[in-house]
Design a protein around this ligand. Structure first.
Ligand code: SF4
Ligand code: ZN
Length: 323
């Protein structure tokens, strides 16, 4: 064995290391390894049927763009639909829209663009002024969840595929674990069937793919992605846990897979046998699923608050306005 030859095909020159395997391989073998694992995950959880119309919400980042790229390569015949939500974040959203437009054009996947400020009359930036100081992201998350569902219905999608990867899954699971939110852990499934009729199935084909390997794949295959952060992004507990996991990985490169296995094979079955199902209902304002007792979802609560601020019917302290 020449040390510089690909450890898999033993023919081509080794170009890049597969981080989780600690072996150096050629571009072709890297791609095959990466794509096969995603294919296996899709098949194991029966994520996609040939007749499905599959929507991929692109953020402009590497994860969702890589997901679309791989789905197109693995399943050239399925009905793929890319979607971009322009959240109206200044100095950010428009740039991402341009990037995503070019990407989809080159990839020959139809793209649907939803412009939040034009369609709904507010932008994510507006939430800086609300009571939810520091929590722009939670408002944004609630709004995106609502829009995913709304757009899925509009475009008659059967499936929404999201770019959540192994590192996302493990860090969120650990964060929920530290908070004692076991039901939350049990809800983190790679494939979520619709809970109500006319809802859409949600799948995570990158569920078993480490983040670093996505980054390498994106670079290797020249997938364009934006690397600068949203101006509202801040350091969350999950992000800190992610960093910690990366450190632990130096000692044990399989640590993320071991944790995934402990959670999915040991803990989640225990949780499911001990907890009662959460009572879900439909939001009386927008019709989306909510677990809230007053049957108003978190997105609609935030919109109400925005309206009150616009109409100046809400008493805000001086500090909150100046912030
Ligand atoms: Fe939305 Fe926060 Fe993500 Fe920005 S960082 S896009 S505000 S969730
Ligand atoms: Zn609602």
């Amino acid at each position: 064995d020449y040390p510089f030859l690909c450890k898999i095909c033993k023919k081509e020159k080794a170009l890049i290391e597969i981080p989780s395997q600690k072996i150096k391989v050629c571009k072709n073998c890297y791609n095959n390894f990466f794509e096969n694992r995603i294919k296996k995950t899709i098949e194991k959880y029966k994520m996609i049927k040939p007749q499905d119309k599959v929507g991929v919400f692109l953020s402009g980042g590497k994860d969702s763009s890589t997901l679309l790229f791989v789905l197109k390569k693995l399943y050239p015949d399925i009905n793929l639909q890319a979607i971009f939500i322009n959240l109206g974040i200044r100095y950010y959203s428009d740039k991402l829209e341009d990037l995503v437009k070019n990407f989809c054009k080159n990839l020959e996947v139809p793209l649907f663009i939803y412009n939040l400020p034009e369609k709904e009359g507010y932008r994510i930036d507006d939430f800086i002024f609300t009571y939810f100081k520091d929590k722009v992201c939670s408002a944004c998350g609630a709004i995106k969840r609502y829009l995913f569902s709304k757009i899925a219905k509009e475009l008659e999608l059967n499936v929404i595929a999201t770019g959540h990867h192994l590192d996302d899954t493990i860090s969120v699971m650990l964060n929920l674990f530290f908070q004692g939110d076991f039901l939350g852990i049990a809800k983190l499934q790679p494939s979520l069937p619709p809970l109500f009729p006319n809802q859409v199935k949600k799948i995570k084909p990158l569920y078993t793919t480490p983040e670093k390997e996505i980054l390498y794949y994106a670079i290797l295959n020249e997938i364009p992605f934006e690397n600068f952060k949203c101006p509202h992004a801040n350091v969350t507990p999950s992000k800190k846990i992610k960093e910690l996991l990366t450190k632990l990985e130096d000692e044990n490169r399989q640590i993320k897979y071991q944790l995934l296995s402990v959670f999915t094979k040991k803990l989640i079955p225990l949780i499911k046998s001990n907890y009662k199902e959460e009572v879900l209902s439909l939001c009386i304002k927008c019709g989306e699923i909510t677990s809230s007792q007053d049957k108003i979802c978190s997105r609609c609560k935030r919109i109400e608050l925005l309206e009150k601020i616009d109409n100046k019917t809400l008493e805000l302290t001086k500090e909150e306005f100046e912030d």
